[in-house]
Design a protein around this ligand. Sequence first.
Ligand SMILES: NC(=O)c1ccc[n+]([C@@H]2O[C@H](COP(=O)([O-])OP(=O)(O)OC[C@H]3O[C@@H](n4cnc5c(N)ncnc54)[C@H](OP(=O)(O)O)[C@@H]3O)[C@@H](O)[C@H]2O)c1
Length: 319
Amino acid sequence: MRLYVTGGNGFVGSNIVKVALERYNAAVFSTVHSRLPEGAPDLEYAPVNMVDPQQVLNSVRTFQPNAIIHAAILNNFELMYQDRKLAWQAYVDSTRFLVRAANEVGAKIILVSSDWVFDGTQVDADEFTPPNPINLYGVLKLVAETVVTETAENGAVARVSAVNGVHWFQPNSPLTQNVGLGNMIPAVVNALQRGQRFSVWEGDINMHATPGLASECAEMMLRIIQRDCRGIFHCCCGQRVGRMELAKAAAKIFGLDAGLLQTGPPDWSGMVGVPVPCDTSMSARYTAEQLDYTLPDINRILQIYHRQLETGRLETQTG
Ligand SMILES: NC(=O)c1ccc[n+]([C@@H]2O[C@H](COP(=O)([O-])OP(=O)(O)OC[C@H]3O[C@@H](n4cnc5c(N)ncnc54)[C@H](OP(=O)(O)O)[C@@H]3O)[C@@H](O)[C@H]2O)c1
């Protein structure tokens, strides 16, 4: 397999690269933007700005992938709301450029999307539930999904949700709680390991989701490629959880003091005035069937994450 990844040095991207290299023996190319990936000697990379159509096309033509995973993202809500054109370019135009390039070289393309395409009033939205985003990020993700489903000759959408896990190329970057449920587990573990109290936010934020472990999300994406699946897929775990339930489960699996957990108001820094979907839990049963994959529950995810931290090595459910 020849896999071209955008944002391979980001959090989710680093897991895609790691799983592709170590479990699928793939030749992998990643775009780089403002930082170089550290710690992946077998990875090919070059600077590519995803909003530059010529850079995208040239790099795809040079590498000649048979699959592309678009994981890069402008990860800055404040900037997205201030500069809507830039946001549109980063989410929608970049996807269009990559689809064109994929169609030209005959590659499959997977767009990494999000549970935030849903409005947060539905429990267990499945792969066929019509989305109804309530903020700019969700709208842009949905438009980008539509670009893939309508114009890619061989396309798939991989919606991830509340992603937790190891950032393989920046293992020491601080992962903090946010109004989504991503990073919640590392944030809780870091605080409790230091004996610090941890305030689990309560409010008009993302209170429930079906979290994903980044390496398991990556494993599911690689199976989408290997089995040549097309359409929309939910790459998350098989259990809906709330914030406090997730924090307590993390404390238990890591053997930490759950008595240090308390509730408190959210910090809205960088997100002031942005509506956030409340319950973005997704059903991934259809995806699991298509991929012949067993959806892990929260405890299983936590156990795998615990072992990854202990050993510093990639481990997935299947080896
Ligand atoms: N994390 C979650 O909980 C979560 C939840 C739902 C969906 N997702 C989706 O998962 C995907 C990855 O998210 P993440 O959490 O891994 O984000 P991340 O860690 O912020 O990574 C983003 C990546 O995009 C790259 N990038 C930014 N601007 C670029 C540009 N103009 N051209 C090329 N590359 C550019 C960044 O490179 P530099 O760092 O070098 O600038 C970085 O490698 C996104 O599609 C996101 O919507 C994530």
